[in-house]
Design a protein around this ligand. Sequence first.
Ligand code: NAD
Length: 370
Amino acid sequence: MDVYSTLTPIKIDPGQDHSYFYHIRPLFDVPALMADSGLRQGKCLIVSDQSVGTLYGRQLENVLASKGWDPKRIDLPAGEPSKSYACLHDIYDTALSWGIDRRTPVIALGGGVVGDLAGFAAATLLRGLPLVQLPTTLIAQVDSALGGKTGINHEAGKNLIGSFHQPAFVCADLDSLTTLPQREWTSGLAEVVKHALIADTTFLDFLELNWPSILLRNPAVIGQMVHKAAAIKAAVVSEDVKEAGIRAILNFGHTFGHAIERIAGYGHFTHGEAVAVGMRMALRLSKHLHPALDIERCDAIVKQIPLYHSLTHLSVNDLIESMYADKKTLAGSLRFILLDRVGHAYVEINADTAQVRTAIDDIIHVLDHS
Ligand code: NAD
């Protein structure tokens, strides 16, 4: 049976903002989804990166042009450094010199970097253009393309400049995942595992049972996995659009993970790898506070996510300093997302620095000897 036909659209309902659908469909269906979303035919600006643009850009342009659209594409360098003001400016220049109007959709074709960057361009150009998210990495399909967070990085930290801008729809093409490099695939699995650990033990059972097929990207299993992981994210962001409460649980592993990314140098570890290590640290911290937590079960799946570099050069002091520097930048308290039981996360604001240090130390030590 066609995998796509079994995967129903997921509704995201952000309350005050418009609701929209997350579809798992081939790129070929994008023009029909654009029509269904009420987008007016005419110019559309495709933002991609040089890898994804080369693989899928022409195909998307052709399918749009064949249905009466006038697409223009900009391909930016691939990778995290493109979430920058310089690349944002390139998009502004291209869009404004081409002559867009307030109904011209911006179409983000790529991973989380393209989605965040193009999303922020769409949020700010002419005070807001319609946005279409076409995620092509696993991270983007299960996480970053849903929920409307957009933005770029600043020297002071990741994602510090941005806004919420909900897309008109999201369309995840499972076939695009076949060209994803293995390292990006396993990095994306970190966010999938995260969703199971914070919210759904049945999904964790599914991942444990199907892990070998998942690593081999078996299409039927992948379809179900992407659908379930996206549904968890959709439910959380529908409940709390602007992260006033429950949405923060999606940051499980991220307080540690962002510090790892920053101290190692952006791009050294992928975002997913940093989050995977961060989750292992957060699990250690959770165990200190909740001794009954089945940390062995959680750790067993997280440690399946391979790391392509050693952590030994990272100093615990630098990581701690980086986390507290972030706190200073944001003028808030240092929050950790922890588990009090498998499948249930919460925000902890009273974590003891000594215990944080022990959690980091333990994981660096374990990885050093594995
Ligand atoms: P990415 O966009 O850099 O993509 C990773 C690499 O895969 C790139 O080199 C890209 O060119 C390549 N690639 C993408 N799709 C491909 C395909 N189908 N075939 C072959 N190669 C392909 O990174 P990512 O991991 O997708 O996303 C990480 C970013 O997402 C980070 O900046 C992170 O902060 C952000 N993020 C945002 C949210 C949010 O809610 N907005 C959530 C999670 C992560």
